[in-house]
Design a protein around this ligand. Sequence first.
Ligand SMILES: *Cc1c(COP(=O)(O)O)cnc(C)c1O
Length: 240
Amino acid sequence: MLTEERKSVIRDNYLRVTENIENARIKRGGDAPVRLLAATKTVPAEEILFAANELGLRFAGENRTAELLSKYDELKDSPLALHLIGSLQTRKVKDIVGKVSMVESVDSLKLAAELDKRSAAAGLVTDILCEVNIGREESKGGVMPEEVPEFLDRLSEFGNIRTCGIMTMAPICASDTEYFKFFTETYQIFIDFFGKKMHNIIEPVLSMGMSDSYVPAVLAGATQVRVGSSIFGERTYPVK
Ligand SMILES: *Cc1c(COP(=O)(O)O)cnc(C)c1O
């Protein structure tokens, strides 16, 4: 059972984050919405359900297939769309196809081909995002910015995956100004492809910004931010 105290901490955090997002969205102008995805690694299912049932959360993202599967039975009948946001091993694809509504971390043709194959076998189409390594960091996944055009072309050849947009993890920056620069570069890549109506994606997704960077991400054009610790507090154990 969640204590009232814990609920009120999560509620206050959630309201603060949604308010900051809304203020940044208004400042940015235009009418594109921004959705909040809660990054829920290490967060118990009951806290995620509380956010879904009582605060209006509609998107949750897990990093690892094992953790996603361990919470799946508790979350599957909730109003949440579950996303896989961490790097995904090809051999784990079969475990999550049909369970997640989006895989945000697609950065290789091998992974795309396996997602396509397993989706076809299950008789469905899996929504994905192309992860871009905007800071060109060796430690991070994602395709290099200059490789995005060809990669997206190749992705469009698969019949059972649908590329809905772009995801990025920015390098850790010291200021919002620095974040804004990386996010603006990502937005440019996003708009080059998904701004054109040649895609049959009605609401393309640009997923960027975390606890320390979601405001500059929204200002730069994010349509989805992924926030964990600013809602649920600091994680008490590290996650690979
Ligand atoms: C953990 C995580 C987040 C959120 O990180 P916070 O700093 O806790 O907000 C966002 N995206 C990915 C891919 C993550 O692994």
